[in-house]
Design a protein around this ligand. Structure first.
Ligand code: ADP
Ligand code: MG
Length: 699
């Protein structure tokens, strides 16, 4: 029985000018030993015929049997078996792997065949000895000469004990001395197995061939038998496929691509770290928000007013205005919160006065009363220089924004004087027709001593001077209103007058001062303010700190949203990088994949070479990104807390995420693995359908 039986094989290529027959109606049969030469002009179809026998090209019509078995259509698995057990190939340009040692190249198909490393090595050593090539075995293939490479390629082809070796111009790239040596090697082999050999070299063909087949324009032109070959009984040396060999290539790829891999790791690490930091910001901003806002003395002070509707006499119209709320109303609305309620003094002591500092006019700062200027109940930890003032009208605390407004620094400003002066008048309606209005005029002129500087959460913060409400109250309680006292017929101090004025009088400033007596109430206080605003209640509280909190919240929320978009972009970017790495590694190594396929490697093992490399890159990047993000978190938080009095703004939720321990890292890792798998496999699936023969064509 013949080992190869070809019946009416044709191979048609579709070209621009119609069908082109590379092979036409070829019928041939081969015995199982001997050296058969295929000769013919260039383009006559020799390589096409060999490729069909190798299985990497499918005939357009006709039947091809190997050992009685039809092999026109082969699955990945049977293709692999065919090359690991039956047919191997020697190429014109050797196609051995330059980065493996000579011995590893020869061992490779044996490892694929499931041999243990030790057994494969023992077999391979014998082959090297048989052909007196032991001196080459440990050399790196890159360093071998052409003749030596081809000898290694032949050893690799025979290592699996094939039944047929197909050689496409194996001596085409060699000098005559090397060619002769190779032919002798093939001749030796052809005593036991079939060697089919394509050549241009007439001398060699005539010297060594047992049979010469001449092709012309895709047809058999001549078929001459020189020595009758005998048919051997075919021994079966079947192995079980193993994919262990692929780690050899993963290692090589990692080594060859070292620069590219380092850059990819850097890019991915930065990408992953940005993602972690963004999550950290989202988490940290929520936690730090509350703490940050506590770094603000004005938190302790607010004003309350009551919106009230007044009817106009003899008119269907009415009007609305804010008045000073009654104590009952305040009690009712702030029932669970410890507050001190005091008359509003801003009519006399303006919130936004002009000031003078070293004879220069200063504007755009705010005067805020504090109930406890000694900072005993709250605020000592905010001090950055000086010490809390005494309860005196002309001793004040300023914030850092104010220091900046004066272009000074925290230390040198202490004990400096800041002058505010203003005049005002209080009027009293007597109801007397002749003399309806009584008036008292005052002017105030204070040189405020700056006793301390506080560091506050700086977001949207304005320059502020904190003064003692109690000291001002005491002061105003010692100043008598001359004209108004006469009219009221009793001695009246300014404070008394303000305290007892009608709630909708202009000098009441339509509100009450509210002082939180405990910082611990600030959260409920803010909640209450929010509730009142949301319900559109007529009782209203104005708090500078609350407004800042709301703006900060909105700011953080929109920033988080923007950051989320950024995270998505970073995520796509990182995964795109991973995809590109897979793709480029694969494209660079397309030819190697084709060679491996011809040696009998299964598709999945080839994929695993690239996947393993990528998984390794991802793992390293994820681990590095944990360190990088922790370091960045530390540095950024330090800078932020120094400049904005905002602690731990970034706090990456490493320990738990969505209630999963280490969830964030796991999540990143899993998504990256999925993406990289998809990105790696897609190009490979596409390339799977690209012809192996095109990839292996020797230029
Ligand atoms: P040889 O090895 O004898 O030099 P080949 O078998 O490589 O010749 O090619 C036979 C003919 O088929 C040539 O004319 C070549 O141009 C053509 N051919 C080979 N491969 C293809 C292809 N993929 N598409 C179109 N034509 C091809
Ligand atoms: Mg050819």
């Amino acid at each position: 029985m013949s080992i190869f039986l070809l019946e009416n094989i044709s191979k048609i290529y579709k070209t621009g000018s119609g069908d082109f027959y590379a092979l036409k109606d070829i019928s041939l049969s081969f015995s199982s030993t001997g050296l058969v030469s295929i000769v013919g002009k260039s383009g006559s179809g020799k390589s096409t015929l060999l490729n069909i026998l190798l299985g990497i090209e499918k005939p357009s019509s006709g039947s091809l049997k190997f050992n009685g078995r039809q092999i026109n259509k082969m699955s990945d698995k049977s293709f692999s078996k065919y090359h690991l057990n039956d047919v191997s190939m020697v190429f014109q340009h050797y196609n051995i792997f330059d980065d493996l040692s000579a011995k590893d190249n020869v061992m490779l198909p044996l490892l694929m065949k499931g041999y243990s490393k030790a057994k494969a090595e023992k077999n391979v050593n014998n082959y090297f000895e048989d052909f007196s090539l032991t001196y080459l075995s440990n050399q790196r293939s890159k360093l071998l000469s052409g003749g030596e490479k081809q000898r290694i390629a032949i050893l690799r082809a025979i290592a699996i004990s094939p039944k047929v070796i197909l050689c496409d111009e194996p001596t085409g790239a060699l000098d005559s001395k090397n060619s002769l040596a190779i032919m002798e090697m093939l001749k030796e082999l052809s005593k036991k197995i079939l060697v089919i050999y394509v050549s241009h070299n007439k001398t060699l063909v005539n010297q060594f061939s047992d049979r010469i087949i001449t092709l012309k324009d895709g047809k058999i032109f001549a078929d001459k038998t020189i020595n009758e070959s005998r048919n051997n009984l075919l021994n079966n040396s079947k192995g079980t496929y193993s994919s262990k060999w692929s780690t050899l290539f993963t290692k090589i790829n990692l080594k060859i691509n070292i620069k590219k891999n380092i850059f990819s790791i850097i890019a991915c690490t930065i990408g992953f770290a940005s993602i972690l930091l963004s999550f950290g910001f989202k988490e940290g901003s929520n936690i730090s928000q509350e703490n940050a806002l506590k770094n603000n003395l004005s938190l302790l002070h607010a004003t309350a007013s009551e919106k009230t509707t007044f009817e106009i006499e003899n008119s269907p119209l009415n009007y609305e205005k804010s008045i000073r709320p009654s104590l009952e109303s305040i009690d009712e609305n702030l029932e669970n919160i410890d507050v001190a309620i005091e008359p509003c003094l801003s009519y006399l002591f303006p919130t936004y006065p002009f000031g003078r500092y070293q004879n220069v006019v200063v504007e755009n700062f705010q005067m805020v009363p504090l109930y406890d200027i000694s900072l005993e109940t709250y605020g000592k930890q905010l001090l950055v220089s000086g010490s809390p003032p005494k309860e005196k009208i002309d001793e004040v605390i300023v914030n850092e924004e104010f220091v900046k407004l004066l272009k000074k620094d925290n230390l040198s400003i202490i004990d400096d004087l800041f002058n505010i002066s203003f005049s005002t008048s209080l009027k009293y309606s007597t109801g007397d027709f002749d003399n309806p209005i009584v008036k008292d005029d005052f002017s105030f002129d204070y040189n405020l001593r700056i006793a301390a500087v506080v560091k506050e959460f700086s977001f949207l913060n304005t320059p502020k001077i904190y003064y003692s409400y109690k000291a001002l109250k005491k002061e105003l309680d010692t100043l008598y209103l001359e004209n108004i006292s006469l009219s009221l017929k009793r001695p009246t101090t300014i404070f008394e007058y303000l305290e007892n004025v009608k709630e909708d009088d202009v000098i009441s400033n339509y509100c009450s001062e509210i002082f939180l007596t405990s910082i611990d109430d600030s959260s409920i206080f803010f909640e209450t303010i929010k509730k009142l605003k949301d319900n559109n209640s007529s009782f209203q509280i104005e708090s500078n700190a609350y407004d800042i909190q709301q703006s900060y919240k909105t700011f953080i929320e929109s920033f988080s949203t923007a950051l989320f978009v950024f995270v998505i972009i970073a995520f796509i970017g990182v995964n795109f990088i991973l995809g590109m790495i897979s793709l480029s590694t694969f494209i660079e190594n397309k030819k190697n994949s084709a060679i491996l396929t011809c040696l009998g490697a299964r598709h999945r093992s080839i994929q695993s070479i690239y996947l393993t490399e990528n998984y390794l890159l991802i793992t390293i990047s994820v681990i590095l990104s944990i360190f990088l993000s922790l370091l960045s978190q530390f540095i950024l938080n330090n800078i932020i807390s120094r400049n904005f009095a905002l602690n731990n703004l970034i706090s990456i939720p490493f320990s738990t995420f969505l209630n999963v321990p280490f969830g964030l890292v796991i999540f990143l890792f899993v998504i990256a693995i999925i993406f990289s798998t998809v990105f790696t496999l897609t190009p490979m699936l596409i390339y799977r359908h690209i012809s192996l023969s095109d990839e292996l064509r020797d230029e």
